[in-house]
Design a protein around this ligand. Structure first.
Ligand code: MN
Length: 308
């Protein structure tokens, strides 16, 4: 089962400007073929379906622990998408929506993912950058441990390719920060699956990394995560369980091109950061056209929004 913590894996910088097309590009990392919905659901169902869990504990634990990280990643990318759709916050949710008869959102009919505004009010959904729904066709759970781990290795390398391409389309700090963090952590997952395969088969598949062949120190948004050693950490994402992943991760080497140091398993989760509070936009009926009464009804919800 799962425990939910009201934080993001990292705090995201506020967007410099509203950019719905950048948000659409970021959707590829959520609902694209190699996006977070794919990594999450592959590991989620593989972990459910895993046979001989007790006898293969380190490998089961690896898939189970990374599942939890990927769920938080769906949350992180979704927040990034919504922030880019929203742009810098103001206090507009103080008021009612005003006169909407003058087509205040005329521009929105011309953006790439019009449904992101028309149906979702600027929020994220599990679709790719062209609005195609994420699907179960992206899930592989064969019951064969080697095939599944090999698939996961491929998935993480594909995700790295995705992230590099999306990163190279973005100029806004919010989307770039999402990519920078995901590149560091995704590389950890590729590395961990490679080491698991090496343990089981004797094949040094970790020598294929990094794929694509670009070092993370060439991405400025990766620098602080490399400096704090995020590339060396694997989290159990559990208060007590999944510590057997130490047998796969600890004692191994950092990838060539990454800052050197011991690989370590952290029992628990990262410290995380604050979830950005999106203010309402009454003229777009979020949280409503005239939300004042709602704010009065919901105890503790009033006059304490924004970034404070
Ligand atoms: Mn991953």
């Amino acid at each position: 089962m799962f425990l939910r913590v009201d934080k993001l894996q990292i705090e995201l910088p506020v967007p410099a400007a509203q950019d719905p097309n950048a948000a659409a590009a970021l959707q590829e990392l959520l609902g694209g073929k190699y996006g977070e919905m794919s990594t999450l659901n592959n590991y989620l169902f593989q972990s459910f379906n895993f046979r001989s869990k007790d006898k293969l504990k380190p490998f089961y634990s690896l898939v189970a622990a990374i599942t939890a990280e990927e769920l938080g990643r769906v949350e992180l990318v979704s927040n990034g998408v919504a922030m880019l759709n929203n742009g810098p916050d103001d206090d507009s949710d103080e008021d009612e929506g005003g006169d909407i008869s003058d087509a205040p959102y005329e521009d929105m009919k011309d953006i790439r993912l019009a449904a992101a505004f028309l149906s979702n009010g600027g929020g994220a959904t599990p679709v790719n950058s062209n609005g195609v729904s994420w699907s179960n066709d992206c899930v592989t759970t064969t019951g064969n441990v080697i095939v599944d781990l090999l698939h996961n290795f491929h998935l993480e390398c594909g995700a790295r390719l995705h992230k590099l391409r999306v990163y190279s389309t973005l100029s806004d700090p919010t989307g770039r920060e999402v990519c920078g963090y995901l590149l560091v952590r995704g590389s950890v997952h590729a590395h961990a699956y490679a080491l698991a395969l090496k343990k089981l088969t004797g094949v040094d598949i970790d020598k294929m990394l990094p794929t694509p062949n670009i070092n993370l120190d060439q991405i400025p948004e990766c620098a602080k995560y490399l400096a704090e050693g995020s590339h060396r950490r694997l989290y159990t994402f559990s208060p007590d369980d999944f510590t057997e992943i130490k047998g796969i991760w600890e004692g191994e080497k950092t990838l060539p091109g990454d800052p050197k140091g011991a690989l370590e398993v952290v029992e628990g989760m990262p410290d995380g950061g604050k979830i950005h509070q999106l203010t309402g936009i009454p003229s777009a009926f979020t949280p409503d056209y005239a939300p004042e009464e709602m704010f009065e009804i919901a105890p503790g919800s009033t006059r304490n929004r924004g970034n404070a």
